[in-house]
Ligand binder design. Structure first.
Ligand SMILES: COc1ccc(S(=O)(=O)N2Cc3cc(-c4ccc(C=O)o4)ccc3N(Cc3cncn3C)C[C@H]2Cc2ccc(O)cc2)cc1
Ligand SMILES: [Zn+2]
Length: 325
């Protein structure tokens, strides 16, 4: 079929990391409260704040963010059930509850969040088969296993859930191609591989899988352009750089990727006018792709960037002795 299978990098694409431009892009996004983009992203506001903060922390520009204003907003997102919602009037969800914890750790304000309430909220989301749902909608997804384990691990409360059952469910989602899917029998996808490898890494159970088979499936995500995709035959996207590279880093197989071609693709996803990273060259940049483009460069030890933890997409510096990989 004629659908594009890869992107062509233009000669005019950026070939260096535009740090100053990205810091200005993130600041502008955060401050410009009446922009269309800001209004549209209300349903993922708390996640958006985490993506902006983590990007600035990795670029060592955190001082340009307003800690008090951000922590005031985080507190307003707390709900009666102990979880956090993305914004006022929105129900609590596991994804935004993790972001609240990550924001508090990056800003070194853990005393501002309700750890007990969060523990109760997360505990109640584990099912008898060990899986997790993200909220009362009861949708099961290995993404939610990772988010639940990451949240409790960061609070030092992993003992509050059934870890053995959680591992059993993750292994039911392990496919014969070495990848992982959303649920048992679902097709392999890079985002799910990151969540399942990350879950096993947090529970120190990586020996339960075939490390080389999974690393081979991940390395096969690299396209001719150097970019990485989410599934075979799909277009590369800079956020997959993070899902794939961080999984390979956890498996100690990062060297299975062609680093130079990868770096060239990531640089080409930068917008040299507005700043920020887009999902692929010539698209519009956004904070989500910006943090994952920057974090992927950090995994390759970019000199201008603080070293990032492959499991949590946060600097090793802010995690301290909680850093895993
Ligand atoms: C623009 O369309 C979407 C589609 C899905 C989502 S999402 O919240 O389900 N999510 C995260 C995500 C965010 C953005 C985005 C734009 C502006 C901002 C402000 O901070 O963030 C854009 C895309 C996006 N996606 C969709 C996507 C990314 N690459 C390919 N796609 C299809 C991912 C999606 C799922 C997700 C992944 C990780 C995570 O921590 C949370 C949610 C958001 C916007
Ligand atoms: Zn993407």
């Amino acid at each position: 079929d004629f659908a594009r299978k890869d992107v062509n990098l233009l000669e005019s694409s950026p070939t260096a990391f535009l740090r100053k431009l990205h810091a200005d892009f993130i600041c502008k996004y955060e401050k410009d409260r009446d922009s269309y983009e800001y209004a549209m992203s209300e349903s993922l506001r708390l996640s958006g704040i985490y993506w902006c903060l983590s990007a600035m922390d990795i670029m060592q520009e955190l001082d340009r963010m307003n800690r008090d204003e951000i922590m005031k907003y985080v507190k307003e997102c707390r709900r009666e059930d102990g979880g956090y919602g993305p914004a006022e009037q929105h129900d609590s969800h596991l994804l935004h509850t993790l972001c609240a914890v990550q924001i508090a750790i990056i800003l070194d304000r853990l005393e501002c969040i309700d750890a007990e309430g969060i523990v109760q909220f997360v505990k109640n989301l584990q099912k008898p088969d060990g899986s997790f749902t993200g909220d009362s909608s009861n949708e099961i997804d290995t993404r939610f296993t990772f988010v639940a384990l990451a949240t409790l691990y960061l609070l030092g409360r992993l003992n509050e859930i059934d870890a053995q059952k959680a591992v059993e469910f993750v292994l039911k989602c392990y496919n014969s191609d070495g990848g992982f899917g959303t649920r048992p029998g679902s097709e392999s996808h890079s985002g799910q591989v990151y969540c399942c490898v990350g879950s096993l890494c947090i529970l120190d159970r990586l020996e339960s899988i075939d490390r080389n088979k999974t690393a081979a499936w991940l390395a096969q995500r690299q396209c001719t352009s150097g970019g990485l995709n989410g599934r075979p035959e799909k277009l590369p996207d800079v956020c997959y750089s993070w899902w794939v590279l961080s999984s390979l880093a956890m498996l100690k197989r990062l060297h299975w990727i062609d680093e130079e071609k990868m770096r060239r693709f990531i640089y080409a996803c930068q917008d040299s006018e507005t700043g920020g990273f887009a999902d692929r060259p010539e698209d519009v940049s956004d904070p989500f792709h910006t943090v994952f483009g920057i974090a992927a460069l950090s995994l390759f030890n970019h000199p201008e960037l603080s070293s990032v933890d492959a499991v949590f997409c946060m600097t090793k510096k802010c995690l301290g002795d909680k850093s895993l990989c």
